[in-house]
Design a binder for this molecule. Sequence first.
Ligand SMILES: Nc1ncnc2c1ncn2[C@@H]1O[C@H](COP(=O)(O)OP(=O)(O)O)[C@@H](O)[C@H]1O
Ligand SMILES: [Mg+2]
Length: 253
Amino acid sequence: MSEELIPLNQLGENPYAQVLCYPRPTPLEVEARLKELASLEVLGLLMRGEKNVGGLKVLGKGCVGVVVEGIRRGVPVAVKVRRVDANRSDMSFEAEMLRQANSLGVGPKLIAASVNFIVMEYVEGPYLDDWIAQGREPAFTRHVLRDLFQQCHILDVTGLDHGELSNASKHVVVSKKGRPVILDFESASLNRKTANLTSLIQYVYFRSRSPIPKLLGEPPRQELIQALNRYKQDKGEKWFQTILALTGLAGNP
Ligand SMILES: Nc1ncnc2c1ncn2[C@@H]1O[C@H](COP(=O)(O)OP(=O)(O)O)[C@@H](O)[C@H]1O
Ligand SMILES: [Mg+2]
């Protein structure tokens, strides 16, 4: 299928309506969504990416949204399209969580949002594991991991819990410049006890077949578990720095 820009006046037709109103397009809903996209100044969408929706390529597909590359004001963007069968009626909560994460320097930059769409910075790059599998210099891998741990720590201290970092496989990508970006704030909360760093460390160091301990060295398990337990009670700088030291990420930039 074409990788050309599909302008709004063609997006309502098949097969593109599938992406706009996944998994069941209706003429009324398609029409409403096209108006929304126009008001968000999205010029059109590009059918390319690793995932497949109804024979069309897209950037990603989850239980809430289909994520598609788009063009807005001449710039590539990522457009998260609410599935018509999603368990939420609009995207405003996720947009608000992303806006708050952005204020801490976390997440893809929010550009615009409406009932059925979030328009955000398009982060071009592989998932964390795939990026690591590409075999970087250990020093660069450490730098990227420490950046990611710091982002989790800032979220922890601020009280914004991402909610899905214990399975980070689809929720952390690394940009071309080596910026780790945490995606998908749809399960985020300001009312839960935060567990961003502890969840991510669980994923990075304690899940079976994680490539990271092999690459960067096994951290002292008991000491790390102890430090994580202390950190759960006290998210201050002291235990965060202890965790960085135990995972070999403290020190040089
Ligand atoms: N800003 C973005 N830039 C590039 N790809 C993205 C972006 N946001 C999401 N994706 C891709 O789309 C996938 C699904 O997005 P996600 O927000 O997790 O949707 P869902 O809430 O439906 O799970 C991600 O795993 C990622 O591959
Ligand atoms: Mg997701």
